[in-house]
Design a protein around this ligand. Sequence first.
Ligand SMILES: Cc1cc2nc3c(=O)[nH]c(=O)nc-3n(C[C@H](O)[C@H](O)[C@H](O)COP(=O)(O)O)c2cc1C
Length: 152
Amino acid sequence: MTGNCERLANKISAQLECDIERIIEQNKRISKGFLRFVNGGSAASKKIGKINPLINNPDNYERILIITPFWASSPIPAIRGFLDLYKDKMKGKKLGLILTNLGTDPSEVILKYNELFPESVTTSSFTKSKGEWEEFKENEKIDIFISDFNDN
Ligand SMILES: Cc1cc2nc3c(=O)[nH]c(=O)nc-3n(C[C@H](O)[C@H](O)[C@H](O)COP(=O)(O)O)c2cc1C
């Protein structure tokens, strides 16, 4: 919505030299200013978003990494929509999950996201209030994540 995940995704895909794709929910949402926070209700109520068709077929990939925010301490509708459609196709693949968020402790939200995946997921999170969006800390966390993702 505000480009935080996109920026991180571009950085990580450059390091992994992998394809990258934006998961787009069809529902047009308020994305600017404080009013964007009204979208939290649809995440808290576990809304499954309808997403645009993908450009890249998940069947063609051995590893899939999702980078997403969370809203109101809950998985966002676009990712629920993606996993609702593609969960079965993700079985047997190496899966990764990275969250970006402002200040909430992400540990419980990670559990909520993990439940949506068919298998175990290598997970990391980048929380602004912990300084994890600052370049040095961010790069360090990216390196740790990539090393875990490669090993698992
Ligand atoms: C509707 C909404 C609800 C949010 N709820 C939380 C929250 O519960 N905890 C938190 O730390 N950040 C929350 N955030 C902040 C986003 O998770 C954070 O800004 C994220 O990096 C946005 O990524 P994006 O720019 O790629 O959309 C919320 C943002 C929005 C728009």
